[in-house]
Write a protein of this length. Structure first.
Length: 277
């Protein structure tokens, strides 16, 4: 389904939600209270600004007694997205965020990846996949990455563990270009990048990626990811705790200047490997 058609389908979802909510005599706040989100979220669902997660759609069906209508429509739209089901909503939110902060313990965050690096990541996970499958995933990732390149764009902050710099994905030449891309994004002031060095030792949330997002007209959210699964957190107390974890990581990381120097040094190491092969 094309992006325009999918957006039109979400607008239909929102229009139906509004119609059936009003038929039930519920305000946005009243429905939100029953499905454990704010009334403002219900309004954003109805305007197709934000997309509900599947469990919210299921609770809406229960409250409005719609026989699974919203769950089925939500499942269909999620299935037709270019992203894994657990990540589809996060990708939508990235396009709405005013600020995005990533922590990457083992791999370059998707928003900073080059096509070569992304291709290496996908091939490692899908060694028997067709070229078409891999290239579609790479295109989707590059489309996502455009959110921090185009104007207007969110403020973007990334903290990379030093492991990321020295875990080769693809050829040495590809790794050099990936690291040079990161420094270019920082030098062009499209990203603030820090490195958490090996010397920092133990660190908060060890080994787990995390992402926080802030918005003009909605509360912040946080996202964490596991194996073939992800968790989007909306609860204010939990989001605040994740933000506190990110602050601790930021404090333990090298300064942006020292971080760029380390990234540039690693890129030069990969360049030397390329020139000797």
């Amino acid at each position: 389904m094309a992006n325009g058609s999918r957006q039109a389908a979400w607008e239909f979802f929102g229009a139906e939600l509004k119609r059936r909510r009003e038929e039930s005599g519920l305000t946005q706040s009243a429905l939100g209270m029953r499905v454990f989100v704010s009334g403002g979220y219900i309004g954003q669902f109805e305007q197709a600004i934000r997309k509900p997660q599947l469990d919210v759609a299921q609770r809406i069906d229960e409250v409005l007694q719609t026989g699974g209508f919203f769950e089925r429509l939500c499942r269909k739209l999620i299935a037709e997205t270019r992203y894994a089901e657990y990540f589809a909503h996060v990708a939508e939110l990235e396009g709405l965020a005013t600020e995005i902060s990533d922590f990457a313990p083992a791999v370059v965050p998707g928003l900073l990846q080059t096509a070569e690096y992304a291709r290496g990541v996908f091939l490692a996970s899908h060694p028997f996949a067709s070229d078409d499958f891999v290239e579609e995933r790479v295109r989707a990732r590059m489309d996502r990455a455009s959110v921090i390149k185009d104007v207007p764009r969110p403020t973007y902050w990334a903290i990379l563990h030093e492991t990321v710099l020295y875990t080769p994905v693809g050829t040495s030449d590809a790794m050099a270009r990936q690291l040079e891309h990161i420094t270019a994004m920082a030098n062009e002031r499209k990203a603030m990048v820090q490195v958490l060095p090996f010397a920092a030792g133990a660190y908060p949330n060890m080994g787990k990626m995390l992402k926080t997002m802030e918005f003009d007209d909605a509360p912040p959210t946080a996202y964490t990811e596991g194996v073939l699964s992800g968790t989007l957190l909306d609860d204010p107390a939990m989001v605040k705790q994740v933000q506190g974890t990110y602050d601790l990581l930021r404090a333990a990381a090298l300064s942006p200047e020292a971080s760029l120097a380390l990234i540039e040094s690693a890129a030069e190491d990969y360049r030397r490997c390329t020139s000797t092969t």
